[in-house]
Write a protein that binds this ligand. Structure first.
Ligand code: FES
Length: 104
């Protein structure tokens, strides 16, 4: 069961394949729009806390951390470059009245 929070940001505020940071209350989250999909993830890298939205998306669709270049799958947070970290991800829904992210 999630507590759903409407984001201040709309789909048109997001640039395709560009990680974008926003806040929900005091929580910082990253957003990524890829085609018809939208992903939400922790704003800070699980390795050493770099801001993930200063990173970029590589040719395989992975979010690349700007500090040490670890790569993460935005769907599930898996560290696809193999260092053993996991980027926390959040459920996200596009509804008629806006975009919602779920917290436990
Ligand atoms: S802080 Fe992100 S890979 Fe090191």
């Amino acid at each position: 069961m999630y507590n759903w929070h409407k984001l201040d940001i709309t789909l048109t505020d997001l640039v395709e394949n560009k990680p974008t940071e926003t806040t929900v209350g005091t929580k910082r989250i990253g957003l990524l729009k890829k085609g018809a999909e939208l992903f939400a993830f922790a704003a800070l890298c699980p390795h050493a806390g770099a801001p993930m939205c200063d990173g970029w998306v590589d040719a395989l669709g992975r979010i690349v951390c700007p500090l040490h270049k670890y790569r993460f799958d935005p769907k599930n947070g898996r560290n696809t470059s193999g260092e053993g970290y996991k980027l926390f991800t959040y459920p996200i829904e596009m509804r008629e009245d806006g975009v919602y992210v779920g917290f436990v």
